[in-house]
Ligand binder design. Structure first.
Ligand code: NOJ
Length: 760
């Protein structure tokens, strides 16, 4: 009976899936017919117009172009020479420009309105690197849904997210915007975020088109300096950099953005191998590619194009469908087509891709679909959205150290000193990509802590972190001189039981254009920390930052360290609930914390080299440094809990298998502590030898397991041939026969180990 029921269920489920597929196919066919009809009516100028995107009149997220005043933009809008605008937001503003496009142009084609909704719109979620630390795909998807619902209610139809650039270099300021160093975790998160933004139906009022960026290899900028040269081999490109992008294509992402960097001598924007060969041909991607801000023109500075006209030719031919703020297509494409330098079929292809997304968004049915003032008022900042970002914020926190059982704090009878400028900062937790958020709207740590009323809490700033404006300008100056507040902080610390020190980076010390050469606590904060430590050793260091930091001294001396990143609107509430133990932290680092900047690039899935270990005592001939160990400060996947876990009993259902078969791996996880907790159980595999060398281990699966004190659970993973595939010496994705090690544990420093063989 049970089997019959299961069969009926499977048939119904399959039937439903199939029916959905048929509906989707019919819809797609209808859309492509409409696109063809419209295209046939368009003049060349109008087609090129669809490929032209202008910045609005408000936020600026790149260098202002020299040839684009508001007057020209309005003129082009009216003559149908603009297909998209970015940085126009709010129903009233969007309605204004949409009205021109729809009511004043010959064909009335609606604009697609883009915006950097990177981690929330007005209700701000944790920065993406923080969200990645949760490893919680459902929560991450939810956070993207919240962001989409607010942006869509405010007139926006398209976000420039997710950024799925893998990076192994914490000096690069944009690590805050991605999911860290690992292609597997990055792929899962990229997939979840696309699904969250786009939902099941793009034409709904609460979904927006996503954009996978920056294609490709932007996170591999030499020396971590933003926009710098990238030179990586094919194996790294294929095995490390591409997978998260491919995952977004699998998730149905509607748009891609190319990148500022050159890749092995060819700027990504003019790179046909990336955009035509890999993305559109090999992966069968149907959406469109937008350039990054001004990146078409930047090919002149790169030394790849002789002038803007040639840059436009190279970009169009290479598969960049839309020009963001270069004024290249609008000024030169027509000429280039007449000269025979760009084939009209490429223009038609680009325009079809753009129009298709506009149809899918429902903009042709109702260009003002996303312009609903009532919705704008009710959705933005709603209690449900606040609850979702609070949940995400708690899940993003990583406990790095907890000795002397300093945490969680007692809820009563403790005298607590809170020290550090960031403790009362209501702006920094919003991070640097918070264009639509109102300034100073985050709950500060101090505010969050004060909700726990039965302790006495006193505050001292200690040192000022930065002076001047904190925004996209460079006026911010780090305070390196004024130490006058340290004495007051020290005196306060001496009088209290526990000191909570909130130190790190402000919201604009990471992000675009914010590369650093050191990863120490900026300014005088280290000095402050050491001075306080002299009088009170019961320090809980609450780190607030957008990238891994080298906090070696703190790790050696401070008993408790909590990584809180930039957690968004609900930051202080999330931090307080973790510090007081109302939420047991379970986050795990998505990026390695180095001991020294000199170790960078540092990542867990490195290659062995031919000399991985010391051959004999005192022998110098092995791969190491003479002044630092090879080990990181905190490894990828690391994070503690207020409880403890034991891993045991690793079993494999077989030790040899073939393609088409499976190995079932299981192990036992036990909560050996006194409170309930969650653990991210991680599965890693090493391909021991192959046609190209493989990493010492690679993440291949993870599960979040919740356990009561004393409880045990069996945790299972399935090992299949597909997960052993890589880009091999043959230049294809395949799994090669041979021996594999398999590891399980609560970080990339795994605990359990076994092996298996793949045979022919
Ligand atoms: C430049 C950034 O690189 C990109 O990520 C962003 O989406 C655009 N500016 C638009 O603001």
């Amino acid at each position: 009976m049970k089997q019959v029921l299961i069969l009926i269920y499977v048939i119904c489920f399959w039937g439903k899936l199939h029916a959905q597929e048929t509906v989707d196919n019919v819809k797609q066919t209808e859309i492509s017919q409409k696109v063809e009809v419209l295209l046939a009516k368009m003049t060349l100028k109008e087609k090129i117009g669809q490929m032209n995107q202008y910045n609005g009149f408000w936020n600026v997220t790149g260098p202002a172009p020299t040839n684009g005043g508001a007057a020209i933009k309005y003129e082009h809008l009216k003559s149908g020479q603009v297909g998209s605008m970015l940085n126009v937001r709010g129903v009233a503003e969007v309605r204004k420009v949409q009205k021109i496009a729809v009511e004043e142009t010959r064909l009335g084609i609606p604009l697609i309105i883009g915006f950097d909704v990177i981690h929330g719109y007005k209700t701000i979620s944790p920065i993406p690197l923080a969200e990645a630390a949760s490893w919680d795909l459902a929560a991450i998807k939810k956070s993207a849904e919240v962001a989409a619902s607010e942006a869509a209610a405010s007139g926006i139809n398209w976000t420039f997210a997710p950024m799925v650039d893998i990076s192994r270099d914490a000096r690069w300021g944009r690590v805050m915007e991605g999911a860290g160093e690992d292609p597997y975790l990055g792929s899962k998160i990229g997939y979840a975020r696309v699904k969250g933004f786009q939902g099941d139906d793009l034409s709904k009022k609460n979904t927006i088109a996503a954009c996978a960026k920056h294609f490709a290899a932007y996170g591999f900028a030499e020396s971590g300096r933003d926009y710098n040269t990238v030179d990586v081999g094919m194996a790294t490109l294929q095995n490390t950099i591409f997978p998260p992008f491919k995952a977004t294509v699998d998730a149905g992402v509607k748009t891609f953005m190319n990148s500022f960097n050159e890749l092995n001598g060819i700027p990504a924007t003019g790179n046909a191998f990336l955009q035509r060969e890999i993305l559109k041909k090999e992966w069968g991607y149907k959406g469109f590619v937008v350039s990054d801000w001004g990146s078409i023109n930047e090919m002149v500075a790169h030394g790849y194009a002789k002038d803007k006209e040639q840059a436009s030719e190279l970009a169009a031919n290479a598969g960049s469908d839309m020009d963001m703020e270069s004024y290249g297509y609008v000024n030169h494409l027509e000429k280039l087509i007449h000269k025979g330098k760009v084939d009209i079929r490429l223009i038609d292809d680009a325009v079809k891709r753009i129009l298709t997304v506009k149809y899918e968004l429902g903009l042709f049915d109702d260009p003002y679909l996303y312009c609903d003032e009532k919705l704008e008022k009710s959705v933005i900042g709603s209690p449900e959205n606040q609850a979702a970002v609070l949940d995400m914020a708690k899940k993003s926190i990583v406990l790095l150290k907890n000795e002397k059982a300093l945490l969680p704090l007692n809820k009563k009878g403790q005298k607590i000193a809170v020290i550090g400028a960031l403790a009362q900062d209501k702006n920094s937790p919003l991070g640097s990509w918070r264009l639509a958020a109102d300034d100073n709207t985050a709950i500060s740590v101090l505010e969050g802590l004060k909700n726990y009323k039965e302790n006495t809490i006193t505050y001292a700033k200690g040192v000022v972190l930065t002076e001047g404006k904190t925004d996209f300008t460079l006026e911010t100056k780090i305070n390196e001189d004024d130490a006058s507040g340290i004495a007051e902080a020290v005196a306060l610390a001496a009088k209290n039981d526990v000191v909570i020190m909130v130190l790190g980076e402000n919201g604009f010390q990471s992000g675009e254009g914010r590369s650093r050469t050191t990863l120490d606590l900026p300014g005088l904060q280290q000095k402050l920390l050491e001075a306080v430590y002299e009088v009170n050793k019961n320090i809980v260091l609450v780190l607030m930052n957008g990238r891994p930091l080298t906090i070696n001294w703190a790790d050696e001396n401070v008993p408790a360290i909590v990584e809180t990143w930039h957690l968004g609107t609900q930051s202080g509430n999330a931090i307080a609930s973790v510090l007081y133990g109302d939420y047991n932290p379970s986050g795990k680092l998505p990026m390695t914390f180095p001991k020294s900047v000199g170790q960078i690039p540092i990542y867990y899935n490195y290659k062995s080299t031919g000399r991985p270990t010391i051959p004999a005592p005192n022998m110098v001939f092995w791969s190491h440094y003479i002044d630092e160990s090879n080990e990181p400060l905190y490894e990828f996947g690391y994070g503690l809990s207020y409880t403890s876990f034991r891993y045991s009993n690793l079993k494999l259902s077989k030790s040899t298998f073939k393609n088409g078969e499976k190995i079932i791996l299981s192990c036992t996880l036990t909560n050996t502590g006194k409170i309930e907790g969650k653990e991210v159980v991680q599965l890693y595999i090493q391909d021991k030898f192959a046609s190209i060398t493989r990493p010492v281990k690679e993440l291949k699966g993870f599960k979040i397991i919740s356990l009561k004190p004393g409880e045990s659970k069996e945790v299972g993973f399935i090992i299949e041939e597909e997960m052993l595939q890589f880009y091999s010496a043959k230049g294809i994705w395949e799994a090669e026969e041979g021996d594999f090690n398999v590891f399980v544990g609560g970080s990339s420093n795994t605990i359990l180990e076994s092996e298996f063989e793949l045979v022919d």
